[in-house]
Design a protein. Structure first.
Length: 99
């Protein structure tokens, strides 16, 4: 299974959650609401989850093998950094246009 697209849906400046991401696999399957988290001096991803009646959370979808999880996490975090830079440049250009 190959990652064919990664879209950053929303960026966050405050708190440990830095972005909400959608990932497409083989141009056939999209997974939404993957979270990019920065905590304990590192970035990692959190898969989409649902809250159980007892207050715990359970992943709706998740990688089965650690190799694929590492591949997915690396691809998402790399895309986050690239798109964050582009997003920051767009915001700076918009601010300059306003002034």
């Amino acid at each position: 299974m190959k990652i064919t697209d990664i879209k950053i849906r929303k960026f966050f400046n405050d708190g440990p959650m830095k972005a909400i991401v959608s990932v497409t696999f083989d141009d056939c399957l999209a997974v939404h609401d993957i979270k990019v988290i920065y905590a304990r001096e590192r970035f990692f991803i959190v898969m989409p989850s649902r809250k159980n009646p007892d207050g715990t959370y359970r992943d709706i979808i998740h990688p089965i093998h650690s190799d694929f999880r590492t591949e997915l996490e690396t691809a998402v975090i790399d895309a986050y950094h690239v798109q964050l830079l582009a997003h920051s440049e767009d915001e700076a250009e918009a601010q300059t246009a306003i002034e």
